[in-house]
Write a protein that binds this ligand. Structure first.
Ligand code: FNR
Length: 182
């Protein structure tokens, strides 16, 4: 069976380094894997528990988001750090799947990428806390904070720095291993 990998970028910016990084990760996937990029974060309404769980009131975009996660065998989240945290649009999307449970046992790779020295480590740690609470499956080597991203990624999204390429390959392997052991 073809595995479906869902890529989610925490940045809405057109020239986002995180979004470009996702397209590089797509290139690293083995043949026969389907990569889908979810780009609907900005279209989601703000999370509101009053309308969560009331099936008739769930917004179409929320349904679509949940379905995308549900259909995926694994997820790759690539996010910037904003003010030492996860961007609001990404956190909002994650709040919409707390009670519906789409991330339960879902193999999920998490990456933060930043032009600064610590690679957005605080946002990565926060994302990890959130997904751990949601009982996502977070493989040990599928978590990565990438520093100095603006120096190692090209406009077309290619990454040539060998050490980083090898860490990303390891991340992909580790994620797919989690998928195949389900
Ligand atoms: C940032 N940036 C940033 N970087 C970081 O390492 N730690 C931080 O806390 C923040 N905070 C922050 C807040 C706001 C409002 C902006 C706009 C930016 C810089 C950020 O890492 C940089 O803009 C990245 O290039 C954003 O990622 P994308 O959009 O290229 O994927």
């Amino acid at each position: 069976r073809r595995y479906i990998i869902l890529g989610i970028s925490g940045s809405l910016r057109k020239r986002s380094s995180n979004t470009r990084l996702l397209s590089f990760i797509e290139q690293l996937l083995p043949e026969g894997t389907e990569f889908r990029q979810f780009d609907g974060l900005a279209a989601l309404p703000h999370f509101n528990p009053d309308i969560d769980g009331v099936e008739a009131e769930v917004h179409d975009k929320v349904r679509e988001w949940r379905l995308n996660v549900q259909e995926a065998d694994a997820v790759v989240i690539c996010t910037p750090e904003y003010a030492r945290g996860v961007p609001g649009s990404l956190k909002n999307a994650l709040d919409w799947v707390v009670s519906s449970g789409e991330f339960v046992s879902k193999p999920t790779a998490i990456i933060s990428a930043s032009p600064h020295a610590d690679g957005g480590a605080a946002a990565l740690a926060s994302l990890k806390l959130t997904l751990t609470m949601m009982t996502a499956d977070l493989p040990e080597h599928a978590s990565l904070a990438i520093p100095y991203i603006s120096k190692i990624i090209e406009q077309d999204g290619s990454v040539s720095e060998p050490h980083m390429v090898s860490l990303l390959c390891k991340l992909v392997r580790s994620l797919l291993q989690a998928v195949s052991s389900k």
